[in-house]
Design a protein around this ligand. Structure first.
Ligand SMILES: [Cu+2]
Length: 200
């Protein structure tokens, strides 16, 4: 029974991830015309091979088995601030983000947020500018000319529970260094509506 629930949740996350990738070109990216093609290329193999969706999507958008960044020594800790672009009804959003980096284990990003709409899907990305500059600017990318999707970017699935809260962690094999300046939370399906931002 528990196993069934876990599988169901993982499937829901995978679906949310696909929606996010499909929607990427619509708003949150840096506007590069190559983004949509890259996102579509990433979606196709996962969507056509359902057996591989869960193992391939989970480490890219969320890593439930990872040690949260707040439990990694030396992690940067930052508080979310509300952005004026947030949708109505999200004035109570608050939370904390942690970013841990290690030359051998890579990057761990953890977000703990409350005040979101209950049972609603959100996504967080690492962005390339501080919150005070264009609400975080475009996405952080390891390869500036690479795809607008993980693992070239750091995306984190943030699924609000029935109380509007979520704590989630994602990992990436590479350390992001100093180039990732902030983490921004968006509603899935309205990526141009930036909810909150935390500086690193
Ligand atoms: Cu973003």
């Amino acid at each position: 029974m528990i196993r069934g629930l876990v599988r169901g949740r993982a499937s829901a996350m995978a679906v949310a991830g696909l929606v996010v990738l499909a929607a990427l070109a619509a708003g949150c990216g840096d506007g590069s015309t190559s983004d949509s093609g890259a996102a579509a290329t990433t979606v196709s193999p996962s969507a056509s091979a359902s057996a591989s969706v869960e193992p391939s999507m989970s480490p890219m958008m969320i890593n439930p088995s990872a040690t949260p960044a707040d439990r990694i020594a030396g992690a940067q800790k930052s508080t979310f601030t509300l952005l004026s672009t947030r949708p109505a009804g999200l004035d109570g959003v608050s939370g904390t983000a942690w970013l841990a980096q290690n030359p051998t284990t890579g990057t761990t990003l953890t977000v703990a947020v409350t005040g979101l709409a209950p049972n609603t899907h959100y996504i967080a990305h690492l962005h390339a500018k501080p919150c005070s500059v264009d609400n975080g600017g475009g996405h952080f990318k390891f390869d500036p000319n690479g795809p607008a999707a993980p693992p070239n970017e750091v995306h984190l699935t943030v699924d609000a529970d029935s109380a509007g809260a979520s704590t989630a962690t994602v990992t990436n094999a590479r350390p992001v260094g100093e180039a990732a300046r902030s983490v921004v939370i968006h509603p899935v399906g309205a990526l141009d509506k930036r909810v909150a931002c935390a500086d690193f």
